[in-house]
Design a protein. Structure first.
Length: 237
């Protein structure tokens, strides 16, 4: 990807004035991996507003004083990080790249300074927050279900980010360890669920990847899940 980015290279979360888009771009910087933003337990995610151009990453956070993990998948044209604007309560996320990431980072401090000059910044942030709220609320609701339901939900979210091309079933590049990190389910239990789905001829497993070979049958496993906030099946192509 080229280093020079124009306002037309970004899918903005809502209609914004050209002047604001240019001002936003002027404070942003291009990153070719997610690591510089943080993402390890010793170096948690910084919380800047980010936009993904390429790649797929997993963001996870744990609920306070519990072992429950809430994870989400982000991919091209996704915005994230708006929760980090409030310094008094900043969620700590850890991240992991599934497919190498190229993203644009908009530093929080510069965004807030820009907002003092232009109220339209708050519209920009509001629309990002609205989209994230639906995705993360749905993810949190999925946590209460059994391991099979949770794994299937995440597989379908990953499938959204791997569109079908030329009628070829896409290969979803993710390891069992990454699925474990994403779902908060131990790796042996993840392996157990994947093997069951393979025996049912719904997926094919390979080293570090898998393919969904019977999408209708796999999708039907979510029929008993409340997906009123976000149903990944509606976004699969």
């Amino acid at each position: 990807m080229r280093n020079e980015i124009s306002i037309n290279d970004i899918v903005w979360p809502c209609e914004l004035s050209t002047s604001l888009k240019k001002n936003l771009l002027s404070i942003a910087s291009l990153k070719f991996e997610i690591t510089p933003l943080g993402g390890s337990p010793k170096n948690p995610f910084s919380g800047d507003i980010c936009y993904l151009f390429e790649g797929i990453a997993v963001l996870c956070t744990s609920t306070p004083n519990t072992s429950t993990t809430v994870g989400g998948v982000i991919g091209p044209q996704d915005w994230f990080g708006v929760g980090g604007l409030d310094e008094s309560f900043r969620p700590i996320y850890t991240t992991e790249e599934v497919v190498p990431v190229v993203l644009m980072a908009f530093p929080n401090k510069l965004l807030l300074k820009l907002a003092e000059q232009d109220n339209e910044v708050f519209k920009f942030l509001f629309y990002i927050a609205q989209k994230l709220l639906k995705k993360w609320t749905q993810t949190a609701a999925t946590v209460i279900h059994d391991k099979e339901m949770r794994i299937v939900y995440y597989l379908l979210e990953l499938r959204v980010l791997h569109p079908k091309k030329d009628d070829v079933i896409p290969i979803i590049k993710i390891s069992q360890q990454q699925l474990s990190f994403l779902s908060g389910i131990s790796r042996p239990r993840v392996n157990e669920v994947l093997k069951e789905l393979e025996v049912a001829e719904e997926i094919e497993i390979a080293r570090g990847s898998l393919r969904i070979i019977n999408l209708p049958k796999l999708s039907a496993r979510l029929n008993n899940l409340n997906v009123s906030m976000r149903d990944p099946r509606l976004f699969i192509s």
